[in-house]
Design a protein around this ligand. Structure first.
Ligand SMILES: [Mg+2]
Length: 281
């Protein structure tokens, strides 16, 4: 696919962000090339972050799950929508309080950011992913929002994959709460570019020297683009090649899979500031 090359002066790449599901793994199963890609980044001394909108797990959980798939990602190289949400709230309102609907990934992140969990007059209602949405918890969230709590959600995804089929996700439950309260949440995860910016800040990377890899045009590619990164769309996830041209924006490059990206890291990144251009020339 012919795509114009990046500006000459922005040619070198010294940091990488990558989405997790659909790029490195399909749920539990590794995608061929994923382990090699991570090893190549480590060997070349390049900074990187693995991003996920899933707020269920802590980075430690996710590291263990990835390791179970043969992919060795350090805990501090994992950036979840739960961590991004905790970071956002700690910046906005330090030492605040929240009523949380979510799992350990979200509650741990909020505790570590200095937040208190409460169901009485919290600063925020924070909605994340869970597999056990409770009517009682949703009812409480609705009443707290009506009472003045600000409504935050980790990510807007309305559904997620499972071996048995589609599962309702955070965005669907947020829609229920919105219907009941008339209030829409502020979503921190992708496609909010905030998720990318905070990931970049974490590794002190600059967008013009960073590539974002993802399997979705409407989250990974758009938010990478809006932050000023070059983007690679891989076709191992939810996007078919024929769908790409329908979007009003394009990735810098399209790759069949992460296996094709390994060479971009390996061949042309001799050191922390190694030169690498990402284009189809
Ligand atoms: Mg994905």
């Amino acid at each position: 696919m012919a795509i114009s090359p990046p500006p000459q002066n922005a040619a070198f790449i010294d940091a990488w962000l990558t989405d997790m599901d659909g790029v490195l793994v399909h749920e539990e199963d590794p995608i061929p090339g994923a382990a090699e890609f991570i090893e190549a980044l480590k060997r070349e001394g390049l900074r990187f972050q693995v991003l996920t909108n899933n707020s269920i797990y802590t980075p430690r959980d996710l590291r263990a799950r990835l390791l179970g798939s043969g992919i060795d990602v350090p805990e501090d190289a994992i950036w979840t929508s739960a961590l991004a949400t905790a970071r956002f709230l700690a910046d906005q309102r330090p030492d605040g309080s929240a009523y949380v609907i979510g799992e350990a990934g979200l509650t741990t992140a909020l505790y570590e950011a200095g937040y208190t969990m409460t169901s009485r007059d919290p600063d925020y209602v924070v909605l994340g992913e869970t597999r056990t949405y409770s009517f009682e918890a949703i009812t409480r969230a609705i009443r707290l929002i009506e009472g003045g709590a600000r409504f935050i959600a980790t990510n807007p995804d309305v559904s997620g994959p499972s071996p048995e089929g589609k599962l309702p996700a955070t965005g669907s439950v947020a829609a229920l709460i919105t219907a009941a309260t008339g209030r829409t949440p502020y979503y921190v995860g992708k496609p909010n570019p905030l998720m990318m910016r905070t990931a970049l800040n974490r590794i002190e990377a600059h967008s013009e020297h960073t590539v974002m890899i993802g399997d979705r045009m409407d989250t990974d590619v758009i938010s990478g683009l809006e932050v000023g990164m070059r983007t690679i769309l891989v076709l191992t996830g939810s996007t078919r090649p024929d769908q790409v041209e329908h979007f009003p924006y394009r990735p810098t490059r399209i790759a069949d899979s992460i296996a094709d990206v390994v060479d971009l890291v390996r061949e042309r990144a001799p050191g922390p500031h190694g030169a690498i251009t990402v284009n189809d020339a």
